[in-house]
Design a protein around this ligand. Structure first.
Ligand code: SIN
Length: 550
């Protein structure tokens, strides 16, 4: 069915023909764990790879990851147990086959990362130090530098990519639209590069396959753990190209982002779940551990349960935070195990060794995204997606802690293998293939903060028919504010696009499941055990279909 009462969405962003072009075998968009892992595996297959990234190579979400990577590395743990925990967190919407691939192939991918040079924390006997996070019933999280896992993973991958002269890196490159050949296959992208010489302005990179690894969309909300580059560019681009996206309503809110008058940016410092894994407690203003009695795992319940528990306290007290109490863990342990958290909280005047840490939920992870199969193929031939931009089916309605870096590693490798199996010759973009009826217009960048506020108010942790209707109206009003094409307007258009699809899905899903919480439909309903799939047609009409789980 086609949806009404929503903002108009464009079918293309580029307003003119590309001013320059070049070719590569495989074009990878994004330079976090998924993009760089894909690039390295593609090189093992002997292919030339170009990686384009919006700002600098290390500016994506990966380097901010604290907790770690979940993988079965303890002989007493099993892939079946990891799969079970993943599926419980996903509340009936995980694809069991995708989960099986994730948990069975994950350990080998972590060992490869170690061989590449990633230094994970180890016990005195040299074995990997494993910890636990919410929703896990075993210690299976590897971590690095205490709570700096993402930074170490990013460093190792970045250095490996720089060692390979056949991986070309293009920074400061915002992707615009997918190019497709006469047979509809992806054959490159248009992009805007802030570069020097011939490669500057809007150009095209032609490729035999395109891999989207652009990360998430946390910047549609007023507070998120995601960096400012997380504007949903990959999902918006895939939609404009006609690909299917799914499960977009399931945005995970991390229960504990740091709240401080000193932190004014949209991106808030993360207070890793691993701190609760090591024994920190959530308390309300009277010092009561409010998660005890709400779930058998208390503070270590899956994230949606903890985020809801906190939100209920905030609704009751009217405060903007609850507290995390880590004082009993001791200053020297905290400094050694959580150096990143200690540095960011102390910089804002809070010492977790002696004080309670003010925390509140913040948008953290898009469990849905561009729909893929088990090889990372999207519904457009030649277009692949992996990492947060993708919906492989492993997360269902709520991602299990520390499964995200793992998913990037596992599916990036599968994509490289698939591309190497069947890579056609370079195709030419079909003449006029990009021209849609509704194309080439972009949104005023000044709407960004208003859009974030509207999404936070009406489509955030807590949603209802009325709040979502208000948000849809607000998005329609904001989408009518247009401006001239440039990076800020293209990004604002991407934000509007992904916010619109999220609101459309959240309105339709009249139940509460995982990280989709409808106060007017407070329980999970069997009839909603399935996926909402969205796509834009050639006239830029947004369609929505519901696919029941098998
Ligand atoms: C955390 O450290 O709490 C975040 C880990 C994750 O998002 O999986």
């Amino acid at each position: 069915m086609y949806l009404a009462d929503l903002p108009e969405l464009p079918r293309r962003l580029a307003a003119a023909d590309p001013g320059w072009s070049e070719t590569t075998d495989v074009l990878v968009v994004g330079s976090g764990v998924a993009g760089l892992t894909a690039a390295l595996h593609l090189r093992e297959q002997g292919l030339h790879v170009t990686v384009v990234t919006k700002v600098n190579i290390d500016d994506g979400s990966t380097r901010w990851a604290q907790g770690g990577i979940a993988a079965v590395l303890d002989p007493l743990d099993t892939p079946a147990a990891h799969a079970n925990d993943t599926e419980i967190a996903g509340v009936g919407l995980c694809d069991p086959e995708a989960v099986r691939v994730l948990v069975e192939e994950g350990p080998a991918r972590v060992r490869e990362l170690i061989r590449l040079g990633a230094a994970f924390d180890r016990n005195a006997d040299g074995s990997l130090m494993l910890t636990r996070e919410g929703g896990h019933r075993a210690d299976r999280i590897v971590h690095a530098g205490g709570d700096a896992t993402g930074a170490e993973v990013q460093r190792a991958l970045h250095e490996a990519v720089h060692r390979d002269p056949w991986i070309r890196l293009v920074e400061h490159a915002l992707v615009l639209d997918l190019l497709r050949g006469a047979d509809g296959r992806a054959c490159g992208l248009t992009l805007h590069v802030l570069g020097e010489g011939s490669e500057d302005g809007v150009g095209a990179i032609l490729a035999r396959a395109v891999v989207l690894a652009t990360g998430g969309m946390g910047q549609i909300y007023s507070s998120t753990t995601n960096p400012s580059v997380s504007t949903g560019d990959g999902v918006a681009l895939a939609l404009r190209a006609g690909a299917e996206v799914t499960d977009v309503e399931f945005v995970q809110f991390h229960p504990t982002s740091f709240v401080s008058a000193g932190v004014t940016s949209v991106q808030r410092p993360l207070i890793s779940e691993a701190l609760r894994g090591e024994g920190a407690h959530l308390v309300d203003e009277s010092g009561t551990r409010f998660m005890v009695g709400q779930h058998e795992l208390a503070e270590l319940a899956p994230r949606d349960v903890v985020a809801k528990g906190i939100h209920r306290v905030l609704l009751r007290t009217g405060a903007d935070h609850v507290y995390l109490d880590a004082r009993h863990l001791g200053g020297s342990f905290l400094e050694q195990r959580f150096p990143t958290i200690m540095a960011s909280t102390r910089a804002a005047g809070v010492d977790p060794a002696t004080e309670l840490i003010p925390v509140a939920p913040a948008a953290h992870y898009a469990s849905g995204g561009v729909r893929t199969d088990l090889h990372g193929r999207t519904t457009i031939p030649g277009l692949y997606a992996c990492g947060e931009v993708a919906c492989t089916g492993v997360h269902g309605a709520n991602r299990l802690a520390s499964n995200s870096l793992l998913e990037g590693l596992v599916f990036a490798k599968r994509i490289a293998d698939d591309i190497a199996r069947e890579l056609p010759p370079q195709d030419e973009p079909a003449p006029g293939s990009l021209l849609g009826a509704k194309s080439g217009w972009v949104v005023d960048p000044d709407v960004r903060a208003e859009l974030q506020r509207a999404m936070t108010r009406g489509a955030g942790v807590l949603r209802s028919a009325a709040s979502l209707e208000d948000t849809a109206g607000e998005l329609t009003r904001l989408g009518a504010r247009r401006d001239t094409p440039r990076n800020a307007t293209w990004e604002a258009t991407n934000l509007l696009t992904v916010a619109t699809v999220l609101v459309a899905a959240a309105r339709t899903r009249r139940e509460t499941r995982g990280c989709h919480w409808r106060e007017d439909h407070p329980v999970a309903e069997d009839e909603w055990r399935g996926h909402l799939v969205h796509a834009l047609d050639h006239q830029a009409r947004l369609s929505q279909t519901f696919e029941e789980m098998a």
